[in-house]
Design a protein. Sequence first.
Length: 466
Amino acid sequence: MLIHSLKYSQDYIKLGFFDIIILQKEAIFMEQTSLFDIPKFEPLASRMRPRSLTEFVGQAHLIGEGKILRRMIEADNVSSMIFWGPPGVGKTTLARIIANETKSDFITFSAVTSGIKEIKKVMEDADNNKRLGIKTIVFVDEIHRFNKAQQDAFLPFVEKGSIVLIGATTENPSFEINNALLSRCRVFVLKELSTEEILVLLKRAISDSRGFGNQSVNISEENLSIIAAFANGDARSALTSIDMIITNSSLTEDGSINVTKELIEECLSKKTLLYDKKGSEHYNIISALHKSMRNSDPDAAVYWLARMLESGENPLYIARRLIRFASEDIGLANSNALNVAINAYQASFYNGMPECNLNLAHAVIYLSMAPKSNAVLKAYEKAKHDALNTIDEPVPLHLRNAVTKLDQELGYSKDYKYAHNEKNKIAKMPCLPGNLQNQSYYEPTTNGQEKAIKDLLQSIKNFKAK
């Protein structure tokens, strides 16, 4: 059953024991399964969803005056595209606006409930509609959750223009979407909203009749800013928060709603950090931690550590990365860094969260302040290159163990010099294959303990060169 509804009047009729609300006729349709199914009150975020580009907040780099996506929409020349961005930045809303502005049918798919059979059926209907001059926009939320077969089902219809596909994803599409489908779509990167943009949405929710415009809400600019900052760039989160806060606020004698800072702090008792332990943000933040330590910035390093731990990251994962960092970015400039990192791993294993947070912070600060050298990394990468790209020469005979009589007859271990029997414990004996005799891999820096190693290595090379 279809009911035209938008305005909620208080007209009732009696039918048996049920009160049926008569809704004023408007242009929006809501589907009901029976006469007695009263539509539930929509969440604030849904009611306040922008209906046009004029109402849309954020993404000025894409839909600002003269920007590429806006020009495509205004020219009714929209092609298949992927919206990549964090939650709550308007991916679904923008797709709906595009469908409305281009007068297209709007169909949504879910990765959880939509199988290949359902996809193909809708695609065939879109193909038939195209012959009638009806355009179809298919919106796939969280397209990265669709498997290869599901994604491939869209491909022929995208290719021949039966549909305009708009996919939304929080993950890097280069890794999560089939190359064949990705090559036929333009990727637009949506950014998280600024605190100022979130404030615009919150003020609109208070003043607009779709929100709390029909009520008197007293809330200060400072308190609105607190809610906006809490949202962390997520418009949906901001609207959900203010909905909860206003709903739970007390009424004054004149019937107005008074929002206090104490209630805001109670409702927003813990900041929900933007973090997905299996998604791209996981890698972004561990990268930020690694690069902050490399740049000897303990403040930033501890902050990124806290972001991960307080979002539920496995502390052993972080500890393993610290072990890698100790060799990759510090190496022999401070060999104790590796010991500190391994100790932090063991402490995290035995203590667990939350007790191990200080063990990891201890290690992160130590690694941040340790002298830096990437000589170990560079030595291995250079050796790896030669191992993969040069002829695999056999091990020199003098470096082979003469285990059998045949080995001895073939010259194994002949001319080998036992370093402990030599002056200065160094033998004048080549240890690299013939084609790499003059190759140098480890080149120590002058940082920390590595300066002494650099001087020692140079003296060894000078001795062997005589």
